[in-house]
Design a binder for this molecule. Structure first.
Ligand SMILES: [Zn+2]
Ligand SMILES: [Zn+2]
Ligand SMILES: [Zn+2]
Ligand SMILES: [Zn+2]
Length: 442
């Protein structure tokens, strides 16, 4: 650029010499003339930082060139805030990299009140981020509820958000080509089949889960069995989006700085174990209703735990010794106690008065649970005249050769103790809700 300028400068001098001789009117040199300048054109465009140049050329002799400088540009400031983890600022949209009005975020409850930036790398101390003030958990005023962790829950209905998310998700998955999506690995007619997928997408600082299926999810793993998805309003070949929202937990017990929590709404749905037949492991018979060896336990401690909780949140979840012995001494299907971060409640626990339940297995509102849109999209079974659904317990039932476990019905009955209560539930049904429980130290 510098070389150019020097060249241009000398060109101007040459032209000036000719111009002078022309104006002198001596008529001595044959090459002397009055320049016939063309239009000014951009030789070098100005930027925010440097002047530019324009030039014009003489029509009578193209070696006659005149140049002039053009003022540097004003920055063109963005109207919206630009952001990074340190602060917000207006940035020059001409791409020069200049910033103005740069300031640190002013956080309030996790987001910058000026620019909306959401803090991510929280530094928690006693459950509160010392950068942004967001809390690992919040408690209701009466102490009966705690919000903690996040899971896809409400369906997104705003068309603009749905189309932005669907565009971000890219091409739709198909069998053998999931693209950016993940197959749930659900069963169809007894086989794991790729027909239902999900994808997690962030948009404007919020997280969403897209769900898409090309076949209806069977309500039993072992056979091609009717589905409840359509009845719940979810159809094949359509993408549905669910917002990750704080999970609301019911406080069952407070003891020694810990709280025992159960999700206060059905969060998901699926089978307890994939197969209704017994199997052998290390020369021991494993019955389908064995909680320790169940798919639902694996799902809770792997899938649910990883999806719902940040690394910081995991730090305050206790490893709980889960009592798998309490369903009567004559029950041959009880398994060893397990030590887990997340678990299902037992039949005894949902009849524990100190947890706020009634001490009986009959219908009761304290055990009746509604379900999230996301759980409904998973195919839990709707019932006439109620918006509550049944949900799994971890307790094996002693009838039915180890094929059934206890559950809570949509009416809040504890089903499994006796046939007149409706009996237990076969483990391979996917129609029941999942209600995780866990213990936190606060
Ligand atoms: Zn000329
Ligand atoms: Zn600029
Ligand atoms: Zn900010
Ligand atoms: Zn933070």
């Amino acid at each position: 650029m510098k070389t150019n300028r020097i060249f241009n400068l000398s060109a101007v001098l040459i032209c000036a010499a000719f111009a002078l001789s022309a104006c002198g009117g001596g008529g001595s040199g044959g090459s002397a003339h009055v320049h016939q300048w063309g239009e000014w054109t951009v030789a070098e465009a100005p930027t925010c930082e440097e002047e530019g140049t324009e030039k014009r050329t003489c029509a009578l002799d193209p070696t006659h060139v005149e140049t002039r400088s053009v003022a540097a540009l004003d920055h063109q400031w963005s109207t919206a805030w630009a952001q990074d983890e340190n602060g917000h600022y207006h940035v020059c949209e001409r791409g020069c990299g200049s910033r103005k009005d740069e300031a640190a975020h002013t956080y309030s409850a996790g987001a910058c009140s000026a620019c909306g930036y959401i803090h991510h790398d929280h530094e928690y101390e006693s459950g509160v981020c010392n950068v942004c003030g967001s809390r690992l958990y919040t408690e209701s005023e009466d102490g009966a509820k705690i919000c903690f962790g996040e899971y896809p829950q409400s369906e997104v209905k705003e068309e603009a958000v749905v189309s932005a998310l669907t565009e971000k998700a890219g091409s739709l998955p198909e069998e053998g080509n999931a693209g950016g999506w993940t197959s749930y690995g659900y069963y169809y007619g007894g086989e794991v089949t790729d027909y239902m997928w999900y994808i997690d997408v962030e948009l404007n600082g919020s997280k969403y889960r897209g769900v898409y299926f090309t076949l209806e999810r069977n309500s039993r793993t072992g056979v091609d069995y009717l589905s409840y998805q359509e009845e719940n309003g979810y159809l094949t070949n359509t993408v549905y989006w669910f917002r990750f929202e704080p999970i609301e937990w019911r406080v069952l017990e407070r003891v020694d700085g810990t709280v025992l929590l159960m999700a206060d709404i059905i969060l998901d749905g699926g089978h307890f174990y994939r197969d209704g037949e017994s199997r052998t492991k290390d020369d021991e018979t494993i019955y389908p209703n064995n909680y320790m060896e169940s798919d639902i336990r694996k799902w809770l401690i792997e899938n649910f735990y990883e999806t719902a909780f940040s690394d910081a949140a995991k730090q305050i979840i206790e490893t709980t010794t889960v009592d798998n012995h309490t369903a009567g001494s004559d029950n041959p299907y009880l398994c060893e106690d397990t030590r887990d971060k997340v678990f299902l409640l037992s039949s005894a626990e949902v009849e524990n008065q100190s947890y706020g339940f009634v001490t009986s297995s009959s219908a009761d509102a304290t055990r009746q649970l509604k379900a999230t849109d996301y759980a409904k999209a998973q195919g839990i079974q709707p019932q006439e005249g109620t918006d509550c659904f049944s949900w799994w317990l971890r307790t094996p039932e002693k009838q039915a050769k180890g094929k059934t476990v206890f559950r809570v019905s949509e009416k809040g009955q504890v089903q499994g103790g006796a046939f007149w209560m409706g009996g237990g539930e076969y483990v391979d049904f996917t129609r029941n809700g999942i209600v995780p429980a866990l213990r936190l130290h606060l």
